[in-house]
Design a protein around this ligand. Structure first.
Ligand code: CA2
Length: 169
């Protein structure tokens, strides 16, 4: 993949790497409860995210698991690689101290996302254990939440790299 143009022309090229992580039941997307989650499948979402990543010049890893421990392992992996994270943790968002600890311990800039507007739904979905250790939260935009999340984490990572290595000019 070619280095991006414009403001980064003279900067040493370091590929930004983002892990897109999906939690429990998101493998059912597009196949059940379309009135809440729409008819787009997770494979469709992955395709949209890959197109957006290509346009941004970002390398991505896209994964889903129904198991909390897998998500913990993948968060640690992203942190060890210096990657960013976009995470739809599904119901673990509201329950998992393990995911929260993994995110805060990983040091990876993390954007929490949701397809639905969790604040317009049941009260137990209003609380997120991972929001306080995330850079920000995007919810309610359907599959577009993933694209907005990728753009947000990309911008945060570019800005952090710029601040860490100011231009010599
Ligand atoms: O809106 C979101 O993206 C959620 O993270 C989805 C989770 C839910 O527990 C969160 O509160 C909000 C549920 C994912 C389950 O996805 C399904 C998709 C189709 C059919 C059944 C479940």
């Amino acid at each position: 993949m070619a280095p991006p143009d414009g403001a980064f022309r003279n900067a040493p090229f370091v590929m930004i790497n983002v892990h897109i992580l999906n939690g429990p039941n998101l493998n059912l997307l597009g196949r059940r409860e379309p009135q809440i989650y729409g008819s787009t499948t997770l494979a469709d979402v992955e395709k949209l995210v890959r197109e957006k990543a290509e346009a941004l010049g970002v390398a991505i890893t896209f994964r889903q698991s129904n198991h909390e421990g897998h998500l913990v392992d993948w968060i640690q992996e992203a942190g060890a690689q210096g990657a960013g994270i976009v995470i739809n943790a599904g119901a673990y968002t509201h329950t998992s101290i393990a995911l929260r600890d993994a995110i805060s311990g990983s040091g990876a800039p993390t954007v929490e996302i949701h397809l639905s507007n969790v604040h317009a739904r049941e009260g137990f979905r209003h609380r997120s254990l991972i929001a306080p250790v995330s850079v920000g939260v995007i919810c309610g935009f359907g599959p577009m939440s993933y694209l907005l999340g990728l753009e947000a984490v990309h911008r945060v990572m570019v800005e952090r790299a710029r601040v860490a290595k100011p231009s010599q000019h």
